[in-house]
Write a protein that binds this ligand. Structure first.
Ligand code: UD1
Length: 416
């Protein structure tokens, strides 16, 4: 397994180009199932999750080609509705094939994704939403077995705002007879981008970006030709990394609108940040503590919680960070403490006692965003930090070490 060796203490300075968003491209790839023919997706990040999703579509019978950030998917040959455990267990987002398979073919067998390193992540809202459209769903042998003659539009009110459930039910509903009204939908930019992609393919959707969406079923969709939105979490990660190490970064191809909560929080710490066409940040590595509570968009993203904790560990005072979306998402805390941080967790809150400095040590990645927080802490720490099990980071950050090296970080990948 690859690992990173980081010699900390270097400021970050220069330009970083933000890649296409992982969480936007994954549902868009599965949306290609909805139309016969060749879909073209541009600005696609080269990530392990993208490769995994392509492998899953190939198993279903599609043909994919990924070169120079352009992914083409020919879904003409899809003739298999079975998403096997071996692929789904590697990536929870595989469950995004359920909606399109049901929408297009009225049949799907998708392995249940199971839990992940930080607790159970249910999919009950995906299933009840698709059931409301008239599907029969059984859970059998670890698989979701779903079928329907013809889905019918209905009124669906999600008891909780869920990115995945909104995306899946949206894709299931595009061909449903009549009208589907979804209430309490997720309004994360990745869902807006999915809905816009479906409109690009010929779907009739109103209320995009709002909490109530209306879908009028159509008879067919055309293949898409779209470009993936920039990754707001990658942008937020580079901003907090620079705030932590000190230095000056300019982010290219980032949408400040999508990370207002992070930009606002950084401003409150006292670091200088400006957003126009690019986002620029300047920090001397000294900043005030800012308490944070994660929330659904446009609130502070749970996907930035681990990075915020890493930054706050050396703020000029104590802070409290609460995760309201995922209560167990704190596996990075024990590893950050190995680097000298002083953080305790009670229920869904991290209590951070600020320390003077972090000191390099061997640490282990436990999930994608935890890995990002450990790399950031390693960049700030005195001495050498080894981050093991970095396959997690390769799932969701494109060439992170190369991007960091280009702005002055001392980080190398050791291949096993
Ligand atoms: C997506 C993102 C993930 C991010 C999360 C929250 C992708 C591929 N992943 O995950 O990076 O951290 O949004 O912004 O886009 N819930 C239920 N029942 C369900 C579904 C969800 O109770 O059927 C709960 C979850 O446990 C969680 C909350 O709803 O507490 C939000 O989860 P959700 O928005 O569905 O997250 P994902 O789509 O899995």
């Amino acid at each position: 397994m690859d690992k990173f060796i980081i010699n900390g203490g270097k400021e970050l300075e220069g330009e970083v180009r933000i890649s296409g968003a992982k969480n936007a491209v994954l549902p868009v790839i599965t949306a290609a199932i909805l139309a016969d023919g060749v879909s073209v997706i541009r600005n696609v990040p080269d990530l392990r999750d993208v490769i995994s999703m392509c492998s899953l579509l190939e198993v279903l019978g599609a043909k994919t080609n990924f070169e120079n950030s352009v992914l083409t998917i020919d879904s003409t040959g899809i003739n298999n509705y079975h998403a096997p455990y071996d692929l789904v267990r590697k990536m929870r987002a595989s469950v995004y094939v359920l909606g399109p398979l049901m929408g297009r073919f009225g049949r799907a067998e998708v392995s249940l994704p199971g839990g992940c390193a930080w607790g159970p992540r249910p999919i009950d809202l995906h299933l009840s939403g698709i059931e409301k459209l008239g599907a029969k769903i059984d859970l059998d042998g670890g698989y979701i077995k779903a079928s329907a003659q013809k889905l019918k539009g209905n009124y669906i009110k999600f008891k909780k705002s869920s990115v995945g459930a909104t995306g899946n039910v949206l894709m299931a509903s595009v061909f449903a007879d009549g009208e589907t009204v979804m209430e309490n939908t997720a309004v994360e930019p990745e869902i807006t981008s999915l809905a816009e992609t479906l409109v690009n393919m010929g779907a009739e959707i109103s209320g995009i970006g709002e909490r109530t969406m209306k879908i009028t079923g159509v008879d067919r969709l055309e293949p898409m030709d779209i470009s993936v939105i920039p990754d707001r979490i990658e942008a937020g990660t580079f901003l907090t990394a620079c705030a932590l190490t000190g230095g000056k970064l300019i982010l290219k191809n980032a949408y400040a609108d999508h990370i207002q909560a992070v930009i606002e929080a950084l401003r409150r710490t006292g670091v200088k940040i400006e957003s126009g066409k690019d986002i620029s940040i300047e920090s001397d590595g000294m900043f005030r503590p800012v308490d944070m509570i994660t929330d659904v968009y446009p609130g502070f993203p749970t996907d930035m919680q681990a990075q915020w904790i890493a930054m706050m560990s050396v703020a000029k005072g104590n802070s409290i960070i609460e995760d309201t979306i995922y209560h167990d998402r704190f596996t990075h805390v024990a590893e950050l403490n190995r680097l000298g941080a002083d953080i305790s967790v009670e229920n869904n809150r991290a209590y951070i006692k600020s320390v003077e400095k972090l000191i390099g040590a061997p640490v282990m990645s436990t999930d994608l965003r935890a890995s990002a927080s450990l790399i950031m802490a390693g960049l700030r720490a005195e001495g050498t930090t080894t981050v093991q099990r970095i396959y997690h980071i390769d799932r969701g950050y494109e060439s992170i070490e190369k991007k960091l090296q280009a702005v002055g970080a001392d980080i190398v990948r050791i291949r096993d």
